[in-house]
Write a protein that binds this ligand. Structure first.
Ligand code: M6R
Length: 512
């Protein structure tokens, strides 16, 4: 069993076929089997044959290997991709994720980079990357089979969208002191007063959370921020000063693009921190400090509750940084914390639009393209809305900063194209209404997501309106994320797509 990519498989394949091996597929995985087989045929004992084969591999992989005639033994090794051992009830099991071992294990142990393990009966021997016997900490299995059950929900994604009020309350509860209306962060290995810049680094939906975070760190802590796509950040000749904080964001804590970027910073002795949902995952073990989100297990490939929980932690961190740097007063902090405290209840109100959005998805599911527009902190939410939509509905969608439309993308606006407008009637968002009019006058079907005042003033002539609660700026991205999640979900269901397991995608992307 192989997870990951053997990057030098073409060279190995050439070498093996030249030596007379007959390979039956084009897969990189078969090359591993063929290497082991060649070693066995040369008379090596099984363990040596496996170790020697592993030494030839380049790339990122987790492997579980069984040799014909040795049915009581499994060999396992990880490089890049995660691998977890589970112990319980007289057995040892192996999985690429703790959740996979639910019901099989009462204790788990994460293999470390380069580890090699031999599993026999209920025992496992572990060796480190230098071949020396190694001990890895055993942790109790915290996931329960109940968390893997979608109950009466049609899909995990639906369950996870609807769980957001609780997930957000749980997450916020870990980062604030409600009695004093202030942020309380875990002990930090750095002082925000000394931080000169924050680099927020992530992939996919987590990278959109990073982009929202940029607005908050700039506004509330007056810190310069770069929001970076991990796979680009790692391979650019990026200039990072010693005073900078490199904050990695990931639901799984295993995304390889993000992980290699984190390791790159560690190699350069730069400060690292991580916002992660899966406790015990590789990033939580490698970053200097971890801020967990408490979204609970997220199974649907499309991230929903983990996104809003990442936003909650970012908001708390930005406020904490603002206070530490003397940008926010105690009273200013209290106002922001109170706004965060109201989010779970307000989000529950937004969920009442579920059925209206389901009805709306009938028209949207017939579209070939959909545009999402927002400004300021709702621009990343427009990007996230488009990602969620294309990822599970398989309909092309793009998110844009509303002001950028007239610089090119407006050419895409044709009769009947659905355009989702994220625009509360406050601040910079008021400008989005003019951009909405530009699209409307060219025949776009507008779906306006705004507060009561925005809908009253700008709703006439739109295809649909969704009335959102009026909330302070800091709460906007968390609440406006919900209708775009629901629109993606209902459209995908209507199209008969596999919502929880969309084509070509995996929940945890452990290849570069
Ligand atoms: O586990 P991570 O947050 O690191 O995952 C990053 C992306 O792969 C992930 O957000 C992906 O974009 C989701 N499928 C989006 O819904």
């Amino acid at each position: 069993m192989h997870n990951g990519i053997i990057e030098n498989f073409k060279a190995l394949r050439g070498e093996l076929t030249e030596a007379g091996a007959r390979l039956e597929s084009e897969t990189d995985t078969e090359v591993v089997a063929a290497l082991i087989e060649r070693n066995l045929s040369a008379g090596m004992p099984a363990e040596k044959a496996v170790r020697k084969a592993l030494a030839r591999l380049e790339g990122a992989f987790a492997l579980a290997i069984m040799i014909c005639g040795e049915a009581d033994t499994l060999y396992a090794s990880r490089r890049g991709s995660p691998l977890v051992l589970g112990f319980g009830d007289g057995q040892v099991s192996l999985g690429s994720d703790t959740l996979a071992l639910c019901g099989l294990a009462t204790e788990v142990c994460h293999l470390e980079e380069g580890d090699f393990a031999i599993l026999k009966a209920a025992r496992a021997e572990i060796f480190d990357e230098n071949g020396k016997p190694a001990k890895r900490p055993l942790k109790p299995m915290t996931a329960t089979a109940g968390q893997l059950d979608k109950g009466n929900y049609a899909h995990f994604m639906q369950k996870e969208i609807l769980e957001q009020p609780t997930a957000l309350a749980d997450t916020l509860g870990k980062y604030i002191n409600p009695l004093e209306a202030k942020v309380e962060l875990p002990e930090l290995p750095f002082d925000f007063k000394e931080i000169t810049k924050v680099n927020l680094i992530a992939c996919g939906t987590s990278a959109y959370a990073a982009r929202v975070g940029k607005y908050w760190f700039e506004s509330y802590a007056r810190l310069p921020v770069e929001a970076e796509i991990a796979s680009e950040f790692r391979y650019r000749d990026v200039v990072i000063g010693e005073g900078e904080l490199n904050l990695f964001i990931s639901q799984s804590g295993e995304t390889l693009d993000t992980l290699v970027a984190l390791r790159h910073c560690r190699e350069k002795n730069l400060r690292t921190a991580a916002i992660v949902n899966v406790a015990g995952s590789t990033m939580t073990r490698e970053a200097d400090v971890t801020f967990l989100t408490y979204a609970g297990v997220e199974i649907g490939v499309a991230s929903t509750k983990s996104f809003t929980c990442q936003l909650m932690v970012l908001a708390a961190l930005a406020i904490g940084a603002g206070r530490a740097r003397g940008v926010l007063t105690k009273a200013g902090e209290a106002v922001l914390v109170q706004a965060l405290e109201e989010i779970p209840a307000k989000l529950a109100e937004v969920l009442y639009h579920d059925q209206a959005i389901r009805a709306l998805s009938a028209a949207v599911s017939k579209a070939r393209n959909v545009l999402y527009l927002g400004r300021g902190c709702l621009y990343p939410v427009a990007l996230e809305g488009a990602l969620k939509f294309k990822e599970i509905s398989y309909i092309h969608a793009e998110g844009y900063p509303a002001g950028e439309m007239k610089h090119g993308p407006i050419a895409l606006v044709e009769e009947d194209i659905p355009v989702v407008i994220l625009a509360p009637s406050q601040g910079v968002h008021l400008k989005t209404f003019s951009n909405m009019e530009e699209a409307k006058s060219r025949g776009a079907k507008i779906i306006l997501i705004s507060d009561a005042e925005g809908v009253r003033e700008h709703g006439p002539g739109t295809m649909a309106t969704i009335i959102m609660p009026s909330v302070p700026d800091i709460a906007l991205p968390l609440l406006y994320a919900v209708p775009v999640q629901l629109l993606a979900y209902h459209t995908a269901v209507r199209k008969g797509n596999d919502v929880d397991q969309p084509r070509n995608l995996a929940k945890s992307v452990t290849v570069e």
